[in-house]
Unconditional design. Sequence first.
Length: 313
Amino acid sequence: MKRMMVRTTVAALAGALLVSGCASQATRIALQRPNIPTGQAFRIPDHHALHGAVTLDYISGMSQYSFWFAEANQSQFRPMLETALERSGLQARSPAAARYGLQIEFGDLRGSFFGADFDSRSRAIYRIVERRTGRVISEQSVDAGFMARYVGLVEEDAAAAYWLTLGVAAAGLTHYAGAEDQTKAWRQSYQATLWSTLFVPLDLVNPFNFVAGNDFFGQQRVPRPHVLNGDLSTEGYGARNGRVRGIQADKQMMRQSIAKFFIGLSSEQDIPMTVILPCAYNREIEDIKVDLTIRGIPYIGDNCRLERVEIIQ
């Protein structure tokens, strides 16, 4: 009996390890790669007419709230946009002090309802107008999209099944050894071990993993999806939970839309993007600083210091 229990446990554990192959090798590699550091940022010069002179006028084509499934809404979008306007130096101290208004018109806005991979898309017109005259200062069309991919079962699931099975198997053997009716005790121990091994992988078929949820008031805090290229990433891996993954797809799409707006504004207004340097005390970085200064491109960087290295003989 005990030998049969051991064989059953080993077979069940092997099965649990095999299901970890549901995630491809490419997926397992991608989940290990850290995000590439941001290399550029937009900051309006103090002498520019738009500096501290822009307020959000209106947003059209996007509802205030999301009522069904995953749907990007203004409750999510406005705080992200206002933070970006403030950091860029465009935000006016108050609407009354703003000479210019930012008008955003979404002509196409799509989210996902069901499935494994959730896709969020948008097309919007970003327009800056002089508030008194209505004169258009800047106008650009921005397309944005993000695919939040479903990871599936990974090695962590096999590890969870492994430890759960070992615990249940150990408890089952103890129960079997001290039971009066050993036939019944064996059957109970066998079934408990089998079901414990299947419990973790069965989370894959949880229907809530494939239904995109909504964020009605825009207050839901979800982790950023696993991406490689920051706000400009077009795809990445989201949470297993469908509600969280749907919100991740929408928020990442909106971040991309805002980032593209600032990149376009930089090109349109001939305002060079600020280069973010990784270190301030490095010969290579110092040469880059000289080149950027000659070209009239602003830069910022961290204050890295080269500490002395103690050599142990």
